[in-house]
Design a binder for this molecule. Structure first.
Ligand code: KDG
Ligand code: MG
Length: 409
């Protein structure tokens, strides 16, 4: 069996997605997600100019060897563009292997370790009544855990907070759901955030009781000592996790956070390789691995990092926003179903428009996600529909402090 073509499909049904389609001489096709929010065309070019020509003629079954060929053989290692491109190849080859074996990918990874994956949804509100409505709405949809993001007094726009009440039926989609050729500027004030957030969690606990698992995303905006302070002040509200409390390129800085708080920590949605987690896992400085199959080199390395994490009682919390395409989401659902140390799965449903391009076999029943029993990943792309949604430039917003200083994401 040989690969005869690898083509890149860029489409924008609600938001931009980059998908790799590999075809074999037997006519079997596999899909991989290479979407890098705000930098989509860089990965598309990396794939079509530098990767696709190298794939023709290769045996699609040699997944590990192809991964190492693209990673080690390219000389330039790591980085989000390279790793998203390698991820797409890896996923597409697992998809092909599953189709040839007539088995869903999770069966090739060891089989199911559970019935389905507990998920969390994104509740948000500009004030408490709006937030409470959003939490109720998520519970009605079946979510058994929710992430809480709110507006902050004195800050104009806060990333992750819907600009309209979610109860109105409009589901919140991450920026750049509003598209444009230049990123939107938002503002930020960490001290105001640190003062306000514990009051929000207190109100949510008073309203919804002690059992509902609550999560929060700090979007990398704190220094280690600020993160330590926030973790400590949130302890009475028993968070499931505090996510991305610092920009964690400096893994050592998490030691300080860890010394001060027992609030569980989740990190890694912008990490690209297992090496980015080395200190964090070895020293048990986090509780959840946030990597996404798409930005981490695919299914093969995701399984490896989770096996390393298992030795340190660290679980998965894979990144599942709408900018991880249905293909990337399926890839990590198969891993999550198979590994023993699954923690929780983030789930933002893709829009109806996205689903006109991608047919997904996943199910979401009673708060549990399941990738389905279709051979391979369980996602197919309608290329005719995809072509009707051309790429549109779109960027994540950025933020500045009151005095105009650029701040961490
Ligand atoms: O592209 C960036 C988004 O995917 C990211 O900001 C979402 O932080 C995020 C999350 O936890 O889902
Ligand atoms: Mg996040």
């Amino acid at each position: 069996m040989k690969i005869i073509s690898a083509t890149v499909i860029v489409t924008s049904p609600s938001r931009n997605f980059v998908t790799l389609k590999i075809t074999t001489d037997d006519g079997v096709t596999g899909l991989g997600d290479a979407t890098l929010n705000g930098r989509e065309l860089a990965v598309a070019a990396y794939l079509s100019e530098h990767v696709a020509p190298l794939l023709t003629g290769r045996d699609p079954h040699r997944i590990e060897d192809t991964w190492q060929f693209l990673y080690r053989g390219g000389y330039w290692r790591r980085g989000p563009v390279t790793m998203a491109a390698i991820a797409a190849v890896d996923m597409a080859l697992w998809d092909i292997k599953g189709k040839v074996a007539n088995l869903p990918v999770y069966q090739l990874l060891g089989g199911a370790s559970r019935n389905g994956l507990q998920t969390y949804g994104h509740a948000s509100g500009r004030d408490l009544p709006e937030l409470f409505d959003s939490i109720r709405q998520h519970r009605e949809l079946g979510f058994t855990a929710v992430r809480i993001q709110t507006a902050i007094p004195g800050v104009r726009a806060v990333y992750g907070v819907a600009a309209q009440p979610q109860a109105s039926g409009e589901r919140y989609d991450y920026e750049p759901a509003g598209r444009g050729a230049y990123p939107v500027e938002e503002d930020w004030d960490t001290r105001a955030y640190l003062r306000h957030l514990p009051t929000v969690f207190e109100a949510v606990r008073n309203e919804f009781g002690p059992e509902l698992p609550l999560l929060h995303d700090g979007h990398h905006r704190m220094t280690p000592i600020q993160a330590a302070k926030l973790g400590k002040s949130l302890e009475p509200y028993d968070l499931f996790w505090l996510e991305d409390c610092t920009p964690a390129e400096n893994q050592d800085s998490l030691r300080l956070v860890r010394q001060h708080t027992t609030t569980p920590l989740a990190i890694g949605e912008v990490f690209n390789t297992v090496w980015d987690f080395q200190t964090l896992i070895r020293e048990q400085l986090i509780d959840y691995v946030r990597a996404a199959s798409t930005h981490f080199g695919g299914i093969s390395p995701l399984k490896k990092v989770m096996d390393f994490a298992a030795q340190h009682q660290i679980k998965s919390g894979f990144h599942g926003p709408t900018d991880v395409s249905p293909v990337g989401l399926a890839a990590q659902l198969h891993v999550g179903l198979a590994i023993h140390n699954f923690g929780i799965q983030e789930y933002m449903e893709h829009s109806a428009k996205t689903n006109t391009v991608f047919a997904q076999s996943l199910t979401f029943v009673d708060g549990l996600l399941h990738p389905g029993e279709q051979p391979g990943l369980g996602v197919e792309i309608d290329e005719v529909a995809a072509a009707t949604f051309p790429y549109q430039p779109a960027y994540l917003p950025y933020n500045r402090l009151n005095d105009g200083t650029m701040h961490d994401w």
